[in-house]
Design a protein around this ligand. Structure first.
Ligand code: BG6
Length: 506
């Protein structure tokens, strides 16, 4: 949702801590490169990878080029990479050594005097979470961040490990920076289809009157992945699906669906409305967790014809690990709009299908005037927002089948990105968000209170699960929709998980 104008951001120097790491190679540099191709990078910019490993600029660039060829939506075409990579360099430094921050100061001075302009200075912390406080402290204490208008710091998730650690990190950052300088990233907020939820809800008058407990029966959010934990076992052991996906991405999707209409598009106005949702989520006690959340862990099995390891056999994972790779949960939002409307969410690794989708299930029509035999399958209306990999919005309603008899069946009215915008290629989430950082627009980033409110929502679940070990792990097979408990969670309310077969999604 970056620019509402089409001006390029002003000159920017982007330092990437963890420059030689995975995130930079897979996401950050490809995003900046695509912004460059699309003409969004500033006239003057520099991208400086920081890290302990030794790299010449040349070697660093070719390492990043490999990432472009493998992960970028656009590869090296027509010499674009050569033009872009002139602005990419590498600075070897030990982020734990305060003296090496002088190298950063010197680099900034050099660019500024070469360019002869003032520039934004951005520090992107693409490092392990335990390194964040120390780097932030050293940046805050050195002179590089003293200009609070043009210096920004980007912090990746996970932001903290629980409510207390997130609070401590916020306190530390607040001592060192102004809130406007801190960009806590949740890449789901940069996804085109997620941003479109705001347009759908607040640029149309049609939906608002029915967007509440009077017409909506329940909401479902599914974020299913077909990958396992891959080589991230070490990280995942400290995290699990609840911390990795629910505390951030899924709760943010819920905020987009449930928030009140903003008065304007100011960053704080949008964030106020979202944080209101998080604060209104019904607090459950540890004892109630059983009724509201279930967890799962994948065992070994087959996925699309390939034998895969169980979670406990993954690299860097404890053979008796109780970490969950699947979560399903039910939330209520205690306010006027959503009173008694359940929000069911689920996410997991090694699911049957890769799909992120939000279903708004409406209540049935109040009176069925048609004879029973007229409707083979009379279903309530449903609005489906497919976030990825399919990108569409579909509204299901009853229609009369053509012919002499009055026969009804459900049909879909579909807005599909690829049909409406066949020529356009949606930007990746990181493109949008990095442009926002350069422009200094924090609307789609998490404010301190938002992150903490989201932690507060999941804390009872974390605590209850810590105290009570699961006795049935692993409890789901790869290529499934998770454990049976997840079906039971929703079935006891008389519902079932909505799963669109991929063919319906074509
Ligand atoms: C990350 C999680 O935040 O999001 C990963 O750490 C997960 O475990 C990823 O795979 C999913 O992102 P996307 O954009 O592929 O849906």
């Amino acid at each position: 949702m970056s620019s509402t104008n089409s001006q390029k951001p002003s000159a920017s120097i982007i330092f990437i801590f963890g420059g030689s790491g995975d995130l930079n190679q897979r996401k950050l540099t490809p995003a900046l490169y695509n912004l460059f191709i699309d003409g969004w990078m500033p006239e003057k910019f520099a991208i400086v990878g920081l890290g302990r490993s030794e790299y010449s600029n040349e070697k660093f660039r070719s390492h990043l080029l490999e990432g472009i060829q493998q992960f970028s939506r656009r590869k090296d075409e027509n010499g674009k990479w050569a033009a872009f990579s002139e602005s990419v360099s590498y600075l070897q430094m030990d982020a734990e050594d305060a003296a090496s921050y002088k190298k950063i100061t010197d680099t900034i001075q050099k660019f500024k005097s070469d360019w002869n302009v003032e520039a934004n200075v951005i520090f992107y912390l693409a490092v392990a979470p335990q390194l964040v406080p120390d780097i932030a402290k050293k940046l805050g204490e050195s002179s590089v961040c003293k200009d609070t208008k043009s210096t920004r710091i980007v912090v990746e998730k996970p932001f903290g490990h629980d409510l207390q650690s997130a609070h401590d990190l916020n306190t530390l950052l607040a001592e060192l920076f102004k809130e406007d300088q801190i960009f806590r990233i949740d890449h789901y907020l940069g996804k085109e289809t997620v941003q479109n939820i705001l347009a759908l809800r607040f640029a149309n008058a049609l939906f608002e009157p029915i967007w509440n407990r009077n017409y909506i029966d329940h909401v479902q959010i599914t974020v299913a992945e077909t990958v396992g934990v891959e080589e991230r076992g070490g990280y995942y052991e400290q995290s699990g699906a609840l911390r990795d996906m629910v505390q951030n991405h899924i709760l943010q999707l819920m905020c987009m669906v449930a928030m009140e209409a903003p008065v304007n598009f100011e960053a704080n106005e949008i964030r106020n409305k979202k944080v209101d949702v998080l604060n209104a989520i019904k607090k459950i006690t540890k004892e109630e967790v059983r009724d509201y959340a279930v967890r799962g862990q994948y065992g070994e099995g087959w996925l699309k014809g390939k034998k895969v390891n169980g979670y406990r056999e993954e690299e860097k994972v404890d053979k008796r690990s109780n970490v969950e790779t699947f979560v399903a949960a039910k939330f209520y939002i205690d306010n006027w709009r959503w009173d008694k409307v359940p929000f069911y969410v689920r996410t997991g690794k090694y699911m049957h299908q890769k799909t992120s989708v939000i279903n708004i299930q409406f209540k049935p029509a109040p009176h069925y005037a048609f004879p029973e035999e007229a409707a083979e399958t009379w279903r309530p209306n449903r609005l489906t927002i497919s976030i990825q990999p399919e990108m569409d919005i579909r509204l299901r309603f009853q229609a009369k089948r053509p012919g002499q008899s009055m026969t009804l069946n459900p049909v879909d009215m579909i807005f599909s990105y690829k049909d409406v915008y066949p020529e356009d290629h949606e930007p990746e989430a990181y493109e949008t968000l990095l442009l926002d950082v350069m422009e200094g627009n924090p609307a789609q980033f998490m404010r301190a209170d938002q992150v903490e409110a989201a932690w507060a929502v999941v804390m009872p679940i974390i605590e209850a699960w810590q105290q009570r070990a699961p006795n049935h792990f692993p409890n789901y097979s790869p290529d499934s929709w998770g454990p049976e408990d997840a079906e039971a969670l929703i079935a006891k309310d008389g519902h079932n998980w909505i799963t669109l077969a991929p063919k319906e999604n074509k």
